[in-house]
Design a protein around this ligand. Structure first.
Ligand SMILES: [Fe+2]
Ligand SMILES: [Fe+2]
Length: 203
């Protein structure tokens, strides 16, 4: 009984899954705005790696938690069906970027292509899928948000070293929260990661 009350309270306090998805989208776009064609190769690569990892984690969370919840409710889900091949196309471009030297003449272009695809995908999710979810899943939004936070931490934990290094290399101290946010939106861990990095910089 107490456990079920606890979990109801926790679910009510968790950000809703749809707000969390919007937050992820905003943070990725914000991180992208820090990309400058004239930056050094190491800075570019760190920023691209941050965005790519954020996209990978975000797509996996949607595929494991959000899309199945939508599928279970709506018989016809063309936007969800389209989302998986779109995620796979993003994964293809991410793999290409990872294998590419940032000095390669096609590096900027490949990253821009990825971001064009991301913007298109995000616009569709935000105009169609998320409003549908808020209507159809109204009483489960907090519970799904809590599941997403838990899974996000599991996925990010083994990559913590990589995340910290890319944050230091790719972002000035003033915008480290953008990098942490891109990966860990809405979690207490994001704030801690940011504070830890900022402290590290100042010592
Ligand atoms: Fe998606
Ligand atoms: Fe998304």
């Amino acid at each position: 009984m107490i456990n079920s009350i606890r979990s109801t309270v926790k679910n009510r306090l968790s950000p809703s899954v749809t707000d969390m998805i919007r937050m992820d989208h905003t943070h990725v776009v914000e991180a992208f705005h820090h990309y400058e064609i004239d930056s050094g190769p190491q800075t570019k690569k760190a920023l691209v790696d941050t965005v790519c990892l954020a996209l990978e984690i975000h797509s996996q969370l949607e595929e494991e938690i959000f899309y199945p919840a939508m599928r279970a409710l709506a018989a016809d889900t063309p936007v969800v069906n389209k989302s998986i091949p779109e995620h796979n196309e993003m994964r293809r471009l991410i793999a290409e970027l990872r294998s590419m030297d940032p000095l390669n003449a096609h590096y900027d272009q490949t990253f821009m292509q990825l971001m064009r695809d991301v913007m298109h995908h995000v616009a569709e999710e935000e105009t169609t899928l998320l409003p549908d979810a808020e209507r159809l899943l109204a009483d489960r939004l907090g519970e799904l948000g809590a599941q997403m936070t838990k899974r996000r931490l599991q996925l990010a934990a083994p990559r913590a070293g990589e995340i910290a290094l890319n944050t230091v290399r790719g972002f000035p101290a003033s915008s480290m929260l953008v990098a942490a946010g891109a990966l860990l939106a809405g979690t207490y861990f994001a704030k801690r990661a940011f504070e830890g990095q900022a402290r590290h910089r100042h010592t």
